[in-house]
Design a binder for this molecule. Structure first.
Ligand SMILES: O=P(O)(O)OC[C@H]1O[C@H](OP(=O)(O)OP(=O)(O)O)[C@H](O)[C@@H]1O
Ligand SMILES: O=C(O)c1cc(=O)[nH]c(=O)[nH]1
Ligand SMILES: [Mg+2]
Length: 192
């Protein structure tokens, strides 16, 4: 699937939003990729996951023993990646503010884990998820996401692959341009 075809899927599902958004990191943006909308159609979700799995190098694909994704945004794409890779998919939650495995989910000691996200912006959520996997005894072999909207300089110490690479500007609270500040802000994610 080409990046244009992926972007077409986002546009077709009205998942590319324009307005004034407060991102998980607290930064502001005039654009938001609402992955939940692109994943609404199960057939589209499985198509996107198959394309993401196909983008992973063969050795990474075959190393994966389990898929772990951070709630909420990671759950559906994580489950679909589990289907694409033929592996179980479990998820992390943060009821007390820190990601943890609940619901009887667990990892074998040293189990090879692929962390699956919907979007990566500052990489904070991905880093917290990888830390939680290691704390639960797993070994992170890679990170994948549907969308890579990282700013320059955001990097990971495991292989990272994404289906769509798109960098929209983001602004710190005190840097928001006046034309953006004039639009009422919405915070679509669930980080407190
Ligand atoms: O790279 P980052 O700067 O961390 O931003 C990306 C994260 O933000 C969103 O989650 P959010 O924390 O809004 O919660 P949600 O998954 O429950 O929607 C998204 O699902 C990623 O997890
Ligand atoms: O950084 C985020 O919180 C974020 C950005 C984006 O475009 N989409 C999303 O779901 N989260
Ligand atoms: Mg999230």
């Amino acid at each position: 699937m080409t990046e244009d075809e992926v972007l077409h899927e986002f546009r077709a599902s009205e998942a590319l939003l324009e307005g004034h958004f407060k991102l998980s990191s607290g930064r502001h943006s005039a654009y938001y990729l609402q992955c939940a909308r692109v994943l609404m159609d199960p057939m589209r979700a499985s198509r996107l996951a198959a394309a993401l799995a196909a983008k992973m190098p063969r050795d990474l694909r075959s190393a994966v023993a389990k898929v772990v994704s951070p709630a909420m945004g990671g759950i559906i794409i994580g489950h679909e990646m589990g289907r694409a890779l033929g592996k179980e998919a479990i998820f992390l939650e943060r009821p007390e503010g820190t990601f943890e495995l609940r619901r009887g989910f667990r990892l074998e000691p040293g189990e090879n884990v692929l962390v699956v996200e919907d979007v990566v912006t500052t990489g904070l959520s991905s880093r917290e998820a990888m830390k939680a996997v290691e704390a639960a005894g797993g070994h992170v072999v890679g990170l994948v996401s549907l969308v890579d909207r990282r700013a320059e300089g955001v990097a990971f110490d495991v292989p990272y692959h994404a289906l769509l690479d798109i960098a929209f500007p983001t602004y710190a609270e005190d840097e928001v341009p006046p034309e953006l500040a004039a639009i009422p802000v919405t915070k679509p994610g669930s980080r407190k």
